[in-house]
Design a protein around this ligand. Structure first.
Ligand code: ADE
Length: 224
């Protein structure tokens, strides 16, 4: 059993899930005038939904997570709280996933308060029902057991973070490992074979070396 359960998501699955989500919206008989993507995760699903539903108006708000002083929990904030006039418009707010639900809820409240639409609804490809504090109006998959969806648009970023975490937290890696040993620890931790990551594996290691997170010494990889 992996320490951090990861589901590697393909581009084909993204198209299939976004299509399924668009179908649910269409079947409900409701049609948005404007789609708002929650950056960065909602960009690709929002763009695909626009394509599948023949919608031209696509805007975005960007959420960011801050670690509050003296608190372990992260707080979601909107990075650029700009204003636009959406009076009389029906707005669909799209994110990739509803995990805690903080991000999508924040975006919805912001758009309702500041942009003045006649109605907002929310949509995500995945809804983690066991942890989310709210249920989106539209979702494609309900997930009960928490898993990290490794979406194709964060493959490099996630691979770097996965490796960095091993180097920080795994006793074997802290004292230096060969690349093959690192691959085997990676499989153990995340249930993903680095071979499935293709060029991302090598690129992640290169970036981590450039950033000074990893150093190579006598054929071993070590944390800085
Ligand atoms: N963003 C927030 N929660 C996530 C999850 N479980 N998988 C992928 N991206 C996420």
């Amino acid at each position: 059993m992996a320490r951090v359960p990861v589901k590697l998501v393909s581009w084909e699955e993204i198209v299939e899930w976004s299509r399924g989500l668009a179908d649910r919206i269409e079947e409900s008989g409701w049609r948005p005038d404007v789609v708002v993507a929650v950056a960065r995760g909602g960009f690709v699903p929002a763009r695909l939904i626009c394509d599948f539903l023949d919608i031209t108006d696509l805007l975005s708000v960007q959420s960011q997570h801050w670690v509050e002083a003296a608190r372990a929990a992260q707080k979601a904030i909107l990075k650029y709280p700009y204003r636009v006039d959406l009076e009389g418009k029906k707005v669909l707010i799209v994110d990739d996933i509803v995990d805690t639900g903080d991000t999508l809820l924040l975006a919805k409240e912001f758009v309702e308060r500041e942009w003045g639409p006649s109605e907002t609804r929310t949509a995500a490809m995945q809804w983690i029902s066991s942890v989310a504090k709210f249920k989106p109006d539209y979702y494609y998959l309900e997930v009960r057991d928490w898993v990290w969806f490794q979406y194709p648009w964060t493959r490099l970023e996630d691979t770097m973070q996965f490796i960095a975490r091993i180097l920080r937290e795994d006793e074997r890696a802290r004292s230096g490992v060969s690349e093959d040993e690192l691959k085997s620890i990676f499989r153990e931790w995340y249930g993903v074979d680095p071979e499935e990551l293709g060029f991302y594996w090598e690129l992640a290691l290169k970036r981590l070396r450039e950033k000074g997170v990893v150093r190579a010494e006598n054929g071993k990889l070590l944390p800085r």
